[in-house]
Design a binder for this molecule. Structure first.
Ligand SMILES: [Zn+2]
Length: 53
């Protein structure tokens, strides 16, 4: 967890771990971290926040 991103919830699904977090600018973000991935993750809603990039 970083200072700019706040984790809201984390739950496991059949495909991996879904992490919901909120950026410092208020943007909601969902990350799916597949099981067995080596640091690879899929991000919905933008892996990088366009406001803070
Ligand atoms: Zn942001």
């Amino acid at each position: 967890m970083t200072q700019s991103n706040r984790m809201l919830s984390k739950h496991t699904t059949s495909e991996g771990v879904v992490v919901w977090s909120r950026c410092a600018c208020g943007r909601l973000r969902m990350d799916l971290v597949p099981y067995g991935a080596d640091g690879r993750r899929l991000a919905a809603g933008g892996g990088r926040c366009p406001r803070c990039a």
